[in-house]
Design a protein. Structure first.
Length: 95
């Protein structure tokens, strides 16, 4: 997949992911498949544009199954960059 780095586009994908993983009582998330697609798109951004959004989603998402999935995507991106996980997360979050 070709990564994208347009900040505006990445922010929109993040908003879609937040809405897709919104939990409805007695039903679950609104659109898990759409949310998962958004997670992959954020993980595949050029540079580290999407990583702060992934870290934020990891904290916001309520589904137990989704949190480890997000953590795995962040870890995979860190390995691809050659940094440790903590260095990678620290570098990706803007000041």
């Amino acid at each position: 997949m070709v990564g994208f780095s347009d900040k505006k586009c990445v922010e929109m994908v993040n908003r879609v992911a937040e809405k897709a993983f919104y939990k409805i009582r007695g039903h679950g998330s609104i659109a898990t498949a759409v949310g998962n697609a958004c997670l992959y798109m954020l993980a595949e951004t050029k540079g580290m544009v999407g990583i702060p959004f992934l870290v934020g989603l990891e904290q916001k998402v309520l589904q137990r199954q989704t949190k480890p999935h997000i953590a795995k995507l962040i870890k995979k991106a860190a390995e691809k960059s050659g940094l440790t996980l903590s260095e990678f997360v620290e570098e990706s979050i803007p000041d």
